[in-house]
Design a protein around this ligand. Structure first.
Ligand code: ATP
Length: 271
């Protein structure tokens, strides 16, 4: 469970239990972060070896596919506090307030460093800026300030930015030299879904060798990690009120088909 342990302006320091083992799939991303952690946790040595200070990572992709989970696992791996910046609230009402908000957030992060600064929904603050233009003067200025800081920072603040919509991001973010790397996360493939089922069943102490996770894959094509977690939660709640209190492959399959038909009915109503 996530817990906010301190708030300072637009920043929150978060406590959580997630680590790399909490993530099913996304193997390349996990490998990348494990290698980066070795640098981040030995910055002095890495510098002497000729390695640049890690700037940060941009993760873009579908909702519910583990971006937030990865931010938390990264902080755990980097043995550093996780600071979440509420970037949607950056824009202030008064002249200079927005720039001030950004300056204060950066200052706090640098004071806390080494840390991981998680900027969720990056597109919220900078939509329409850069590239062909279109952003307001303030957003353009803010964007410039942020980019300059990101490029020139000397502090061990690892910026982990996440976004659902690559088309709304200023293209400048996607160029080399801004973030160290850009990862795209997609809906999980079959083997990844199997692992996600296992993780969520085990997390709730419900994994037994009687559950054939392979059988769950055909009917969950197109499911996100969050969808799979929702199925597991539902099955467990149903098992709790059932006579035998067990979670079986058949019960999970039944829940999948029931939740599927509910979402189809809802979609029909909305359409
Ligand atoms: P959003 O863009 O909507 O914020 P997100 O990509 O950040 O989505 P998460 O918040 O990381 O998605 O995922 C929601 C929940 O779904 C997680 O807390 C986790 O329980 C589950 N989940 C998602 N992806 C995975 C995964 N790859 N492995 C295990 N659990 C996952």
């Amino acid at each position: 469970k996530e817990q906010i342990i301190k708030k300072s302006g637009l920043l929150e320091i978060i406590q959580f239990n997630d680590n790399l083992e909490s993530i099913g799939g996304l193997e390349k991303l996990k490998e990348y972060l494990t290698a980066k952690a070795r640098i981040f946790n030995n910055l002095g040595e890495a510098k002497k070896f000729g390695i640049d200070l890690p700037k940060g990572l941009l993760i873009v992709g579908m909702p519910g596919c583990g971006k937030s989970l990865t931010a938390k696992a990264t902080a755990n791996l980097f043995q550093a506090p996780l600071l979440r910046l509420d970037i949607g609230k950056l824009m202030g009402k008064y002249v200079g307030e927005s720039e001030d908000n950004l300056r204060k957030a950066i200052k706090t992060a640098e004071a806390v460093s080494p840390c991981v600064l998680w900027i969720d929904e990056l597109e919220k603050a900078f939509a329409g800026v850069g590239g062909t233009g279109g952003g307001s003067d303030i957003t353009t200025r803010l964007f410039g300030n942020f980019l300059t800081w990101l490029q020139e920072k000397e502090s061990s603040v690892y910026v982990l930015a996440t976004s659902n919509d690559v088309s709304k991001l200023p293209p400048e973010f996607l160029r080399k030299g801004r973030f160290d790397e850009l990862f795209l996360v997609d809906l999980p493939q079959a083997e990844e879904r199997r692992k996600i089922f296992e993780i969520h069943l085990k997390k709730r102490g419900k994994f037994t060798h009687d559950i054939d996770t392979i059988k769950l894959l055909k009917s969950t094509d197109g499911y996100s990690g969050a969808d799979i977690e929702a199925v597991v939660k539902e099955v467990i709640e149903e098992a709790f009120v059932s006579e035998d209190k067990t979670v079986t492959t058949a019960k999970i399959l039944k829940t999948i088909s029931e939740t599927k038909s509910i979402s189809v009915t809802l979609k029909d109503k909305i359409d």
